[in-house]
Design a protein around this ligand. Structure first.
Ligand SMILES: [Zn+2]
Length: 223
């Protein structure tokens, strides 16, 4: 259970399965929303509509085809050494029952923010540095339903999102092409948009472009 993509069909019957997502939806301008300061104090912190509007205030309207990324700081907790901290489950309870994932506490997208983002803007995907796009305490999975319901893919357990600037990177995120799949491991990376040039239909990366690899949380978290 490392960095993976949920296809819309993961929650929405009859919607896009992995092989049906158009290739052009696998890349887009990164919109990075930083809630790490709040999440440091509150494991139940959510990306709010206000956070998205504040991003627009600073950087302009969320572009069509964007990949909206939550930076909650949780990526730093990932790893076999701190499963408890990453999942927001007390260590003693995890030890008693390693399969008990009820009552988790980690950040995610609030319901109102998820609905606004997918109804009022046209984004390709959403990525989070936690195990779920819904906050751990959610029981309704409103963010999953809102996003996948609008054919917006979701990446969970994204790494290194704190190395991205709020705007100015382009994300590429391509899952295995699993026929009829509802989810798959994904390799995701980002490149500064000003170092990309397109010509003749191909994407050219400047030689000195530093590529930020977003994938990385691949250790067996749940095994
Ligand atoms: Zn999911």
């Amino acid at each position: 259970m490392g960095t993976h993509m949920d296809a819309p069909s993961h929650f929405i019957k009859g919607s896009w399965r992995l092989h049906e997502i158009p290739m052009e939806r696998f890349s887009g301008p990164a919109v990075v929303v930083d809630i790490s300061a709040r999440a440091e104090r509150d494991a139940d912190a959510e990306v709010t509509k206000g956070d998205l509007l504040a991003w627009e205030q600073a950087h302009g309207r969320i572009p069509d085809g964007a990949v909206v990324i939550m930076n909650s700081g949780w990526g730093r907790r990932f790893g076999p050494t701190d499963r408890s901290g990453y999942l927001g489950i007390p260590a003693a309870r995890l030890k008693a029952d390693p399969g008990d994932f009820s009552d988790m506490h980690h950040p995610g997208f609030g319901a109102e923010a998820a609905r606004w983002l997918t109804e009022e803007r046209d984004v390709a995907g959403v990525a989070v540095d936690t195990i779920s796009v819904d906050p751990g305490a959610s029981t309704t999975f409103a963010a999953h339903l809102a996003m996948l319901g609008k054919r917006v893919w979701v990446i969970e357990n994204a790494a290194n999102v704190d190395r991205l600037s709020p705007a100015g990177h382009t994300v590429f995120a391509v899952p295995y092409n699993v026929r009829d799949g509802s989810g798959a491991p994904v390799r995701a990376f980002a490149i500064r948009t000003d170092l990309l040039a397109s010509g003749g239909g191909s994407v050219v990366v400047a030689q000195n472009a530093s590529i930020i690899v977003l994938i990385g949380l691949v250790s067996a978290l749940l095994s």
